[in-house]
Design a protein around this ligand. Structure first.
Ligand code: SAM
Ligand code: SF4
Length: 345
């Protein structure tokens, strides 16, 4: 970025038509994954051709533009970000921003590769990570992920803990699959000192023969159930995201509840997502988007074009998502064709 542009954009920030300040970018670096979670993708998932995916240089250019305009936090996600070759080099490229405009660089991972990368993540400035884990039962882990081994993830989590990374666990609540182990799971998190966020399944992408509706578990119900066993205290803590947080009295951990279906959280949305192909999605649950790959790969396109298009994309952010489940008619409203593994969770 030239000094002139730097000066021009230092003061500006990204504000959408609903007066929400957009400070958080989630970037999916790959749609590929070494697991096949049943609620996320079909068993025989077809992945993108590599040419369709942005190079790290292109992703860096895009991130730089966003950072100049006021993005303070970047979460790297996927697919499984740690299976993309060269991912540590990409973190290293972004690291210098942590000593200037960027407040946090972080990661969402399934944890299978963490044992290899935990130390390097810390060395590259990452301090907190989200690890997705929906069960502590090896058989259920295989059932949910189809091809994974629980032990790999548990090793990874230990490695991350030893590397001083703060860990938050993401747990997708699934009726008749993992709802019978919630208490044990919470106790495990208390023992380990991990914050825990529960997530409702969202209708994103085809998942083959699986039926999301039959495993949908309302977190309102789940929270009631948890409250009957643990002493919960609602707290005002906000990560700027959609989760509402509670504390379990007598413990140091926070419980988060992300309830896109049973409660619309959009009014405080501060984020945008860029998928692995460079398409910016203004909302996870709407189809508004802007294709930055076209701009990044156009030889006539300038830095100013990039910046103008970032501004334009924020002006197009819709007010809210349109997901909803109609249980009486077994119907899902607002289903999105794209998978969460493309856009990043
Ligand atoms: N592979 C990494 C992982 O699993 O953490 C990062 C990408 S994954 C798409 C990000 C998050 O999205 C995970 O916590 C996962 O459980 C969640 N997820 C995937 N598909 C979902 C769906 N249809 N509804 C709700 N959450 C979903
Ligand atoms: Fe892979 Fe994450 Fe989707 Fe599971 S949720 S299949 S780990 S991208």
């Amino acid at each position: 970025m030239t000094n002139q542009l730097n000066k021009l954009f230092e003061k500006s920030s990204l504000v959408d038509p609903f007066n929400r300040h957009i400070t958080y970018l989630r970037l999916s670096v790959t749609d590929r994954c070494d697991l096949r979670c049943t609620y996320c993708m079909p068993e025989k998932m077809s992945f993108l051709n590599k040419k369709e995916v942005l190079t790290f240089e292109e992703m860096y250019k895009l991130c730089s533009g966003f950072i100049q305009l006021g993005i303070k936090k970047i979460r790297i996600t996927g697919g499984e970000p740690l299976v993309r070759k060269g991912i540590m080099d990409f973190f290293e490229m972004l690291k210098p921003y942590l000593s200037s405009h960027l407040e946090e660089l972080t990661l969402t991972t399934n944890g299978t590769q963490l044992h290899k990368y935990a130390d390097q993540l810390y060395a590259n400035g990452i301090r907190r990570i989200n690890v997705s884990l929906d069960t502590l039962d090896p058989k259920k882990f295989k059932q949910i992920t189809r091809i994974g081994n629980l032990q790999d993830v548990l090793f990874g989590i230990e490695a991350a803990k030893n590397a001083n990374l703060k860990i938050k666990i993401n747990f997708v609540a699934l009726k008749n699959i993992n709802d019978d182990e919630i208490d044990d799971f919470i106790n495990w998190c208390i023992k380990k000192g991990f914050d825990l966020t529960f997530i409702e399944t969202m209708p994103m992408g085809d998942i083959g023969n699986e039926n999301r509706l039959s495993h949908f578990l309302s977190l309102n119900e789940l929270k009631k159930d948890i409250s009957s066993k643990f002493e919960l205290e609602d707290i005002s803590f906000s990560s700027g995201g959609p989760a509402k947080y509670s504390k379990i009295k007598g413990s140091n951990i926070k419980l988060g509840f992300i309830t896109p279906l049973s409660h619309n959280f959009c009014s405080s949305c501060n984020r945008i997502r860029v998928d692995a192909t460079g398409v910016l999605h203004q909302c996870l649950g709407q189809s508004n988007n802007l294709d930055f790959r076209k701009i990044l790969r156009d030889p006539d396109s300038t830095e100013t074009d990039l910046i103008e298009n970032i501004r334009k994309s924020i002006k197009q952010k819709p007010e809210k998502h349109s997901f909803s489940y109609d249980f009486s008619n077994e119907h899902i409203e607002g289903k999105m064709d794209r998978h969460m593994s493309l856009t990043g969770g």
